[in-house]
Design a protein around this ligand. Structure first.
Ligand SMILES: *[C@@H]1O[C@H](CO)[C@@H](O)[C@H](O)[C@H]1NC(C)=O
Ligand SMILES: *[C@@H]1O[C@H](CO)[C@@H](O)[C@H](O)[C@H]1NC(C)=O
Ligand SMILES: *[C@@H]1O[C@H](CO)[C@@H](O)[C@H](O)[C@H]1NC(C)=O
Length: 355
């Protein structure tokens, strides 16, 4: 399932090389097919990393990062620019940058390595630069070449997508950590060397999820947009962007409530989704998951019990077998289901925002 979207991504790259995306073609010609393909596998792994993180971050949201929503390009298919699409763009661009940066530090790639440009210089009181700083500039550059090349339009959607790609890449930079090692007489730590290292990708996912919650709607001057004059158009887009920081996610369209299925938008309903109830140590977001996924979508919560049998009480017998008992354990799951006699749509409560 997940592979599909990456195969698709690669198809788009190839498709764009063949069918005339000037950026990709130039890029392809300048660096040659060999260079293009050298990075292509890392780009795919990076995009996959991004999507896995998206699924993790949205596991208890009504929109749960479905495959059908992962078409990055505005070239074909969906051309929506919702809050959710903004996250997909940011996390994918970040994933590609992250993987390539890691590849670089690990020496996987011939033409890049650690960023040692500051090594030997004083960084602050009691420490100087040393070691292997992750070369984010390299990862950023390649991510731009591959991911941004998917955006072929000149319109506001393309501009929004490119902005969100960039915000994703900035998230990789702003979550980096300074790591230090002690030196000096018997490790007294009187002197330290430090380098900059990527955070776990999970931290980048958490950071971007907060940006998603705070995403801003881009307001355009509709009168100027409607005039159809391309200079006016570009002017209106530039003005709208001027008030928004590069780190923030933006969107153009309000999201649907994601309760019901809409095949033409590639959306599933929340029927059959699992939610969490009365568990120990659940946070507020998790405790409210059944309300959010089921009740607010006019569905009820169904308890499903499944018995699983696994081996237990294993003892080692001389010599040489292991004897085990079969223990059965009942697993309780909570799943959204239709109300009796209802189609799930009639008694929906008032919609309270995209969460
Ligand atoms: C880059 O790293 C990923 C995993 O982190 C790996 O799967 C991929 O093969 C690496 N690329 C190269 C060219 O070694
Ligand atoms: C699906 O979404 C489209 C676009 O928002 C809308 O026009 C259409 O009516 C929706 N279909 C259903 C079955 O809700
Ligand atoms: C445990 O279950 C397996 C498969 O159902 C069965 O082959 C095995 O004999 C059982 N072991 C015991 C100790 O009951």
């Amino acid at each position: 399932m997940v592979m599909c979207s990456f195969v698709w991504l690669l198809v788009v790259f190839v498709d764009q090389i063949i069918f005339g995306n000037a950026w990709a073609v130039n890029n392809f010609l300048m660096t040659g097919p060999k260079a293009y393909l050298t990075y292509a596998s890392s780009v795919q792994v990076g995009a996959q990393t991004g999507i896995q993180e998206c699924k993790h971050q949205f596991a208890l949201d009504r929109w749960n990062c479905p495959e059908s929503a992962l078409q990055l390009s505005t070239h074909k298919g969906l051309r929506s620019a919702t809050r959710e699409t903004s996250f997909v763009h940011a996390i994918s661009a970040a994933g590609v940058m992250y993987t390539l940066t890691r590849n670089c530090s690990l020496g996987d790639l011939d033409n890049c390595g650690c960023d040692s440009s500051r090594n030997g210089k004083i960084g602050g009181r009691g420490w100087f630069w040393g070691g292997c700083s992750d070369n984010v500039d390299f990862g950023e550059r390649i991510s731009k070449q591959y991911v941004d090349a998917l955006e072929t339009g000149q319109d506001s959607r393309a501009a929004v997508n490119l902005h969100n790609n960039d915000a994703g890449r900035l998230a990789v930079k702003s979550t980096m950590k300074r790591i230090c090692r002690c030196h000096g007489m018997s490790e007294s730590c009187s002197v330290q060397t430090c380098w900059m290292q990527l955070s776990d990708f999970r931290d980048i996912g958490n950071y971007l999820k907060v940006k998603y919650d705070q995403a801003q709607k881009l307001e355009m001057d509709k009168r100027r947009m409607r005039s159809g004059n391309s200079a006016d158009n570009r002017g209106a887009i530039a003005d709208a962007f001027s008030s928004i920081a590069r780190t923030e996610l933006i969107y153009l369209e309000e999201s649907p409530d994601y309760c019901s299925r809409n095949a033409s938008l590639g959306l599933h309903s929340t029927e059959g989704r699992e939610c969490l109830q009365h568990g120990e140590g659940l946070n507020q977001w998790e405790r409210r998951s059944c309300r959010r996924l089921c009740h607010e979508c006019g569905l009820r919560v169904e308890e499903r019990r499944t018995e699983i049998v696994s081996s237990c009480n294993c003892i080692f017998q001389w010599c040489c077998t292991v004897k085990c008992d079969n223990c059965s354990q009942v697993i309780v799951k909570h799943v959204c289901a239709r109300r009796e006699g209802g189609n799930g749509q009639n008694n929906r409560r008032r919609y309270r925002g995209p969460k």
